[in-house]
Design a binder for this molecule. Structure first.
Ligand code: AMP
Length: 180
């Protein structure tokens, strides 16, 4: 597995834009649209993830609504494995299983299709999202993977906000490319 060089890491860090006070005051939003529209940065990132996960013999990548869909789909195509969307409640058309998780105020719910892993018992699954903050979302998705008969071999994030200790809420190994 190829590690990022310092130069590559600096290019990735430079390509992510900080937007202050979005979506509400006090939050610094890590905007990855400036990574997506930068082909050099996107290729550095996706080549790194491709090389990391090539040896994992994955069956599926589960991308988390919505930015996890982008990175997850690109990686699934590079590795030639299936892609499964984990969506916010009410968006998936067929029969689903759902899991709720607590937010700062209230709660939210994520779902996957009951047959997302096509009946492959013990399917090897990578969960991916752009960012882990409190870990509530990813924790719920990892629980869904298990309930659907899969094994979450790792959860991968482009950015980890370490000071929020989100990884403690996720019952799988964690890999983050960049952390703050
Ligand atoms: P959490 O469940 O708290 O780990 O939140 C993770 C989800 O919220 C991810 O899907 C992120 O895309 C989004 N998110 C939370 N905080 C931020 C942030 N500071 N910048 C960008 N996205 C964020």
């Amino acid at each position: 597995m190829a590690n990022l060089t310092e130069q590559e890491r600096a290019k990735l860090l430079d390509s992510i834009r900080d937007v202050k006070d979005f979506p509400k005051e006090g939050i610094v939003f890590k905007d990855i649209t400036t990574l997506l529209n930068n082909p050099e940065a996107l290729d550095i990132l996706m080549s790194h993830l491709e090389s990391r996960y090539r040896g994992y013999n994955l069956d599926f990548i589960v991308g988390i609504d919505a930015r996890g869909f982008i990175f997850g789909s690109i990686l699934a195509d590079r590795l030639k494995v299936g892609f499964v969307p984990a969506r916010k409640r009410g968006k998936l058309p067929y029969r689903t299983i759902s899991e709720s998780y607590s937010l700062e105020y209230g709660s939210d719910e994520v779902e996957i299709h009951l047959d997302a892993f096509r009946g492959i018992d013990g399917a090897k699954v990578l969960v991916i999202d752009d960012l882990i903050a409190t870990g509530g979302t990813a924790g719920a998705v990892v629980n869904l993977v298990k309930r659907a008969g899969g094994v979450a071999v790792e959860s991968c994030f482009i950015v980890e906000l370490k000071f929020l200790s989100g990884r403690e809420r996720v019952a799988s190994p964690i890999y983050s490319v960049l952390s703050y």
